[in-house]
Ligand binder design. Structure first.
Ligand SMILES: C[S@@+](CC[C@H](N)C(=O)[O-])C[C@H]1O[C@@H](n2cnc3c(N)ncnc32)[C@H](O)[C@@H]1O
Length: 223
């Protein structure tokens, strides 16, 4: 993809509405391998992830941005981690467990509803591929604004990008997978927002070696 093709493509994208992410989205049978959002399914899928998040980052206060029904929040809460969430879908709160429901704020990933540096870890998993490129840019800036230290993201990346700006879709997996970026392009957005890469922590978080993890650390001082 050339820069002019990129320019045309991003102005042509349409954001997905919050209403799309209803109870059917989270609990319906449409996902491959019965991969739903029930707590017990997520407990199996997450496996060691909650423990690893706690051990690797040793966070004092965590934000899960685009938390959905809060399964990861619940699993972190069980481990004694202080965690809050943001999601723009009202169904997220309705489907969340009583233990974390009131910790979920309704808002968009690019809303400034939380103060600067309010968390030492901002988690954003399986969300960025659902956003337009313009939303990804604003969301990256918002994550860096809200964290005092780490950002940990997982997303689907373009499997074979032909250039830095190349991005694609993945409608066979989920019709809202509208932006699969080149991994380097997403990393660059974080760098330009004032972060450095932490490949050491990335390797620990990517224990399944799927290549879908970014761990970035906010830098203090001039940027
Ligand atoms: C695939 S789910 C991932 C949920 C959770 N992070 C996880 O890993 O299980 C994508 C989530 O992103 C949320 N989302 C999508 N676009 C959003 C936006 N612009 N602002 C806030 N949340 C958004 C959806 O409501 C949904 O809960």
């Amino acid at each position: 993809m050339t820069v002019s093709e990129f320019e045309a493509a991003i102005f042509g994208q349409t954001p997905t509405s919050a209403e799309h992410y209803d109870a059917e989205y989270f609990t319906g049978e449409w996902r491959a391998e019965g991969n739903s959002y029930s707590l017990e399914t997520r407990r199996q899928i997450e496996a060691r992830n909650p423990q690893i998040i706690r051990d690797v980052f040793q966070p004092r206060k965590v934000l899960d941005l685009g938390c959905g029904p809060g399964a990861l929040m619940h699993l972190l809460w069980e481990l004694g981690v202080d965690v809050e969430g943001i999601d723009f879908a009202e169904s997220s709160r309705r489907l969340a467990t009583p233990e974390v429901r009131d910790r979920i704020a309704i808002g968009s990933t690019d809303d400034r509803i939380k103060p600067d540096n309010a968390y030492d870890l901002v988690v954003c998993r399986e969300v960025l591929e659902h956003l337009t490129v313009f939303q990804v840019k604003r969301t990256v800036e918002n994550m860096v604004r809200m964290t005092s230290r780490f950002v940990y993201c997982t997303t689907r990346f373009h499997p074979e990008p032909a250039s830095l700006v190349d991005f694609t879709t993945q409608f066979d997996v989920d019709p809202t997978h509208i932006t699969l970026l080149n991994k380097d392009f997403l990393r660059l957005m974080f760098v330009l927002a004032g972060c450095r890469s932490r490949p050491d922590l990335e390797a620990r978080m990517d224990w399944l070696n799927k290549g879908r993890v970014l761990v970035m650390e906010k830098q203090s001082g001039p940027s």
